[in-house]
Write a protein that binds this ligand. Sequence first.
Ligand code: HMG
Ligand code: MG
Length: 302
Amino acid sequence: MNYPKCVKIVEVGPRDGLQNEKISVDVDTKVQLISLLTDAGLSTIEAGSFVSPKWVPQMAGSDEVFARLPTHAATTYTALTPNMQGLERAIACGVKEVAVFAAASESFSQKNINCSISESLNRFKPVAEEALKSGLAVRGYISCVVGCPYQDTVDVEQVVQVATELLAMGCYEVSLGDTIGVGTPASFETLLNRLLKDTAADKFAIHAHDTYGQALANILRALQLGITTVDSSVAGLGGCPYAKGASGNVASEDLVYMLNGLGIQHGIDLPKLITAGNFISHKLNRANGSKVACAQSPMAES
Ligand code: HMG
Ligand code: MG
């Protein structure tokens, strides 16, 4: 079986994770968490989200978080920007990379960002153009690539179309979101085999929520098919506020453990990552969602 020599992990816990936790975390705690993750060696950390605070109150302090982040040459701190207003906030905070986020499901697009897929892509075009003009890198997300909480099926061709448009507007990479964690290695294989017919594997990342316990299996299959960038969330935090019941992304600690077992390089210090996950789990007063963290630090379960 072919595996990549090296995988880039995009840590999304401070955004995807904390946006969906019941307890709103203060700015000090967010900054401490991001500093611990930086110290653990994460090269890319999604540190916040410049969305409407009325829609996602947990991300309201993102401007202050970015203003206080450590300057660490080896780490890129990124943020979601749904529109020009979000991009202006990101630029004002000195953010170097932003992400626009579309969906492959019409109903999810309406619930999540209050517009259709095509309206969202029209809205993202000027955001991407302005971001690129200002020297920022732009990433794209597609939600619901293999299943949607609001409609029965998602058409693979719809994913292809949205991915093509995101790449055409200048996204350097498109992260394929299994928002509600219903995918299996078989559905990811079907999706990736179709996408990789037209587009190189290094244009895609996998973003696997673990609601049905399939995330590591899905990631393994994606690695075998040539994907080399994987999103994950420390302590398995979070979900999506507009996908009820969705649990967090694959836990970063569990992903790192699997990559270690496969002999794949990633640049992350597992014990330090576990410390970061235990820190935030304690602050949230919840069990650590990483099985590896629980196995390696008995306190993580309480
Ligand atoms: P809208 O209500 O249609 O927007 O929301 P609007 O332009 O009509 O504005 C309404 C109000 O929001 C106005 O304020 C704006 O100023 C304000 P008012 O006049 O009522 O006082 N507003 C903003 N404020 C601050 N920053 C902004 C901003 N934009 C508008 N950027 C909108 C449209 C897109 C804004 C809204 O639907 C929204 O913020 N949605 C975000 C939803 C979200 O964050 N979801 C979670 C992230 S996506 C995800 O988790 C999936 C992912 O992980 C991949 C996966 O797992 O699948 C990425
Ligand atoms: Mg997500």
